[in-house]
Ligand binder design. Sequence first.
Ligand SMILES: [Ca+2]
Ligand SMILES: [Ca+2]
Length: 486
Amino acid sequence: MWHTVTGVSLLLMMSPLKLFKAFMLTMVLVFVLPASQVGPGLADTQERPNIVFILTDDLDTRSISVMPKLESVLIDEGTTFENAFVTDPLCCPSRATFLRGQYSHNTKIQGNSPPEGGHEKFQRLRLDRSTVATWLDDAGYDTVYLGKYMNGYDNTRYVPPGWDRWFGWLGNYYGSGSEYRLNENGHIRTYNQDQVHDTDLLREKAVRYIRNQKGDGRPFFMYLAPNGPHTPAYVAERHEGMFSGRPLPRPPSFNEEDISDKPEVVKYPELGHGEVEELGDLYRKRLAALQSVDAMVNGVVGALQDTGQLNDTYIMFTSDNGFLIGEHRRTDKSLPYEESIKVPFIVRGPGVPTQKIDHLVINNDFAPTVADLAGIAPPNFVDGESFVPLLRDEKPGLKEWRTGFLVEHVTPTYQALRTNEYTYVEWSGGAKELYYLDGDPYQLHNAFHPDQPAPPLDPTLVAGLEEQLEALRGCEATQCRAAERD
Ligand SMILES: [Ca+2]
Ligand SMILES: [Ca+2]
């Protein structure tokens, strides 16, 4: 695989005409060589695989336990990454990263709206001219987008490049009323939540598309992005009240009792009784809203199976960020804590073993992984790394893989390093946090604060973390991949 990547990386330095010729030659080779020499070598088939990507919104890792179909058709049949993260835990920055394989300091999409980010900026910076969609489209894939796109995508007939079929949400329908709109291949259509729940609509469209595939040799790439379980967590009528009575989880970090260790910027007031009650209601709605997502997962896998395409298709399931629901006294994402940056990540596909693994994977990795599965090389600007080597029985050990990565955010501003063992945070203004994750998985005891029941600060350890964070702070491409390993 890396021979292919290196070769094509060199090609990218050529003139456009030479590049085109070389690209066509590569494509010829791709079709002529046996599968084991061109792709990830996972599938026995010479056909390029289909890829289905399901991207939920604000789904925390804990809540997937209420998704029985996700468990039976994906988790029990594929690889679960127990340490999957997003590198800027907010919708728009994370979505830009999924599409481009870059840290947000390189996409410059660092918020949901201008000037930090948003659809308009993503388009204006021409970032949408080179995404996982354009790469696969250029390689002959049929590409289909269904669901939420960049924040701020509204009132437009614009269809981003690379998508053969486009069903993009318009506007922020979470606001009011029961109507919602989609840009469907450049035409604006209005739907009503009372007639069809938004996730169910996406499921129907996705299933119809899959059933219409004739297996004529043209593989497809589907990007399926439901709104659930994002606040206010719209629940389909048939799922209303499903989790009534289920208590809000209260892990040790819930409404963190002693926040004297925390920097001023995250010293939030204690949640009152009324707020906790409301969080319980939101929690139950989120679980109920996830039932439509679960049905979507099941519908997609079922349609692939019915049409004989399941064995030729990789299916990935994740979220654009996690969610704090009262942990550290907060209901949000955006923060550098585990509940916010950790996401579910499950992959099923040909040759992928059923396993749960601890290797650090990040949303930067998604686009280069998809490219790898499709047998093509991503552009040089990509910061992430294909995790296809982890989708094997024989895989690199934990220490032979990435050992740390950057987490960054603009509002509030911080840069953090998450390693296998530590979370180290530098806030703008100078405050710092350090958590020993083995002994303090809930991040209750910032080791920089005196009188914490944490091991004493080891200056050598801190210097090492500072150095690795410094190397990652403004990194690009190969620099990032080098700095992510100690
Ligand atoms: Ca989100
Ligand atoms: Ca504390």
